[in-house]
Design a protein around this ligand. Structure first.
Ligand SMILES: [Zn+2]
Ligand SMILES: [Zn+2]
Length: 535
C-alpha cells in the first residue's frame, strides 16, 4: 500500500498544477513515484475518490480548449495547407495547434518511444488523451494572406508558403470587436474548428502572421521525430482475413443507413446473422464516418445543420447500435473526420472500434491532421490496413460481399481506396468511375454478376466525369428498382458556386437516364436524418 505521506504529496502535485494550468506537470506525471507506485496509485480507491475520471477529463479539456476564454486576441501556431484543386480561388485550411496541444502531443508520444524509461508514466495522459481536431478554414487569396505577414524595418517578412509553420494572431469576429471585414483590409475571416469530443466552431479574424519562435520549432521537431514511423507501422498492421470473416461472413441480410451529413459520407451497416436469422445477433459497422460541418452543409438543410452540434451522439447512437468497426474508404477528411468527435471510450479497451483503411500513401495530399490521427490509431492498436481483395460468397443463401483495395493513381486518395459491395449494393467511396475494378462485380468463380441495385454516389467523380458514369454503371446495373443516394452539400473544389454543389445536375441526369430513383439527403420531404434500405 502507498504510504499516506506519499499519497498526500502526489495530491499536492496534482492540485497545484491543476490550479496553474500546467498541463505537462499535470498530465505527464512528474510525480514523486516510481512506475510501480504510479500504477498502484491509479488503482487506489483514494485516488479515484479524490479525482473522478470525468473531473480529470474536464480539466484536461479546459486546458486544451483553443478558444478565447475572454481574451481579445491570442496567438496560435498554424501550417498552411492548400486545397490543390482550386489554389487560385483560395480556400485555405490551416492546420492549427496551440502551445498546450503541442505539449500534450509531445508528452503523449514521448512515453510511447521504445525503451523510454518513462513509459509507465503514461497512465494519466493515456487516461485523458485522444486525437482532437483543430483547424482554421478561411477563404482568401495567397496575396491577402501574405499581406498579413509582419515585416521588419527593411520591410522584409518571412516566406509564407504551404507546409511552413507560422505564428498567427487571431481575434474573435464578434460585432463589438470592429469585425467589419471590409473596413479592416489587413484581416482575414475564417472558421476555427475544434473537437475534443463535441465539435465546436468559432468565427475568427486573422490579423497578423509571423515567424514561429525557436522553442516552438524545437518542440515541434521533437514531436515529428515521434511521429515519423507511420510507414513502418503500416506494414505490420495488415488486416486479417479472420476479422473480416467474422464481420461479414454471417451476413444474411444487410440493412444500410446513410446519415445526413452534408457533402460527406457516414454509412452504418447492420448485418443480420445468417445462421440464426436473429436480429439481435447482428454485426454493425460503419463505412466512412464524415461529419456535417458549417462548410459542407447547404444552408437550407436544417436537419443536417442540426446534426452539426451533436454529431458525436448522432453518429454513434443510431438505431442500429454502436459500430464495432469503421471502414474508411479513403483518406479524405469528409470520409473520416467523424472519428475526432467520438467519445474517448471508442478508442480504449477491448470494445474499442477497429478502423479498417486503405494503406496510407504519403504524398502531397497528406494533411497534418491525418498523420497524427493515424499515428494515434497505430499506438492504440486500433487500425489495420487492407492491401488485397477480400470476398465471401455464399450462393445458396444468395449472399455475397467483396471488399477491394483499389490503387489506381498514386497521387490521388480518391482512387487509393476501399470499395465494398454487399450483395447488390455498392459503397464506392469517392472512387472515380474509370477506376472501378471489374473484379468488384465478379463472384467467387470469376463470373461477372453485373448486378448493382443501390449506390451511394461518389462525390468528386460526379463533378468531373459524367460520361464515365454512363460507361460504368450501364453494364453493371440490374433491373429496377434501383436507388442512388446523393449526400448533398457544399465542397471545397466548387468555389462556392451552388451549381457545383454535390450532386451536379449532369450527374442526376446520368442516373435518371439509367432509371434510378435518386434520393438526396437534403430532401425536405424526409423528416428523418437517416435513409435506410436493404442490401
Ligand atoms: Zn474524396
Ligand atoms: Zn468525399
Amino acid at each position: 500500500m502507498l504510504d499516506v505521506r506519499v499519497l498526500n504529496r502526489v495530491f499536492d502535485v496534482i492540485d497545484q498544477n491543476w490550479e496553474n494550468n500546467n498541463l505537462i506537470e499535470f498530465c505527464h506525471c512528474r510525480l514523486p513515484l516510481n512506475p510501480e507506485q504510479l500504477e498502484e496509485l491509479w488503482d487506489s480507491p483514494q485516488f479515484k475518490e479524490r479525482y473522478s475520471e470525468e473531473q480529470l477529463s474536464r480539466k484536461f479539456k479546459s486546458i486544451l480548449n483553443p478558444f478565447f476564454n475572454g481574451q481579445e486576441q491570442k496567438e496560435i501556431y498554424c501550417k498552411v495547407e492548400v486545397d490543390n484543386s482550386e489554389p487560385e480561388n483560395g480556400r485555405y485550411s490551416l492546420f492549427a495547434i496551440t502551445k498546450e496541444m503541442l505539449e500534450a502531443d509531445t508528452a503523449y508520444y514521448e512515453t510511447e518511444m521504445p525503451g523510454n524509461i518513462n513509459r509507465n508514466y503514461l497512465s494519466m495522459l493515456d487516461l485523458l488523451y485522444k486525437p482532437y481536431l483543430y483547424e482554421l478554414v478561411f477563404k482568401c487569396s495567397m496575396n491577402e494572406l501574405i499581406s498579413l505577414v509582419t515585416r521588419d524595418e527593411n520591410n522584409r517578412g518571412f516566406d509564407l508558403y504551404p507546409g511552413v509553420w507560422c505564428k498567427v494572431t487571431i481575434e474573435p469576429a464578434g460585432d463589438d470587436n470592429g469585425g467589419d471585414i471590409r473596413n479592416a483590409p489587413r484581416r482575414v475571416e475564417g472558421t476555427l474548428w475544434y473537437s475534443a469530443s463535441r465539435p465546436e466552431y468559432e468565427t475568427v479574424l486573422i490579423s497578423e502572421i509571423s515567424k514561429v519562435d525557436q522553442s516552438f520549432a524545437n518542440t515541434y521537431q521533437q514531436l515529428e521525430l515521434y511521429q515519423n514511423d507511420i510507414d513502418n507501422c503500416i506494414d505490420s498492421n495488415r488486416v486479417k482475413h479472420d476479422y473480416l470473416d467474422k464481420l461479414f461472413c454471417n451476413v444474411r441480410r444487410s440493412r444500410i443507413k446513410v446519415m445526413r451529413v452534408g457533402q460527406a459520407n457516414a454509412i452504418i451497416v447492420s448485418n443480420v446473422c445468417r445462421i440464426t436469422g436473429n436480429a439481435s445477433e447482428k454485426r454493425v459497422f460503419a463505412f466512412d464516418l464524415g461529419l456535417p460541418t458549417p462548410g459542407n452543409v447547404i444552408e437550407n438543410d436544417k436537419v443536417a445543420t442540426g446534426i452539426i452540434d451533436d454529431a458525436d451522439d448522432k453518429l454513434m447512437e443510431n438505431t442500429y447500435g454502436r459500430p464495432e468497426a469503421l471502414i474508411i474508404s479513403h483518406w479524405h477528411s469528409d470520409h473520416f473526420n467523424g472519428i475526432y468527435v467520438l467519445h474517448r471510450d471508442m478508442f480504449f479497451g477491448t470494445n474499442r472500434m477497429i478502423v479498417i483503411a486503405p494503406r496510407y500513401i504519403v504524398n502531397d495530399d497528406n494533411y497534418e491532421l491525418t498523420n497524427r490521427l493515424i499515428k494515434f490509431l497505430i499506438n492504440k492498436g486500433s487500425i489495420i490496413f487492407v492491401d488485397d481483395v477480400f470476398e465471401y460468397g455464399d450462393r445458396s443463401n444468395k449472399c455475397y460481399y467483396r471488399l477491394m483495395r483499389v490503387n489506381e493513381r498514386n497521387e490521388n486518395y480518391n482512387e487509393n481506396c476501399l470499395m465494398l459491395r454487399i450483395n447488390k449494393t455498392l459503397l464506392a467511396g469517392d472512387c472515380e468511375y474509370y477506376a472501378w475494378p471489374a473484379k468488384l462485380f465478379e463472384d467467387n468463380s470469376g463470373n461477372n454478376v453485373k448486378k448493382v441495385n443501390n449506390i451511394i454516389i461518389p462525390h468528386h467523380a460526379a463533378y468531373y466525369n459524367t460520361q464515365g458514369i454512363l460507361n460504368c454503371i450501364t453494364p453493371i446495373m440490374s433491373s429496377t428498382p434501383k436507388l442512388a443516394i446523393a449526400c448533398v452539400g457544399h465542397n471545397t473544389y466548387g468555389d462556392g458556386n451552388p451549381l457545383r454543389d454535390h450532386p451536379v445536375q449532369s450527374v442526376l441526369v446520368a442516373y435518371d437516364h439509367e432509371n434510378f430513383d435518386v434520393l438526396c439527403t437534403n430532401n425536405t420531404n424526409i423528416a428523418s436524418a437517416n435513409f435506410a434500405f436493404e442490401a
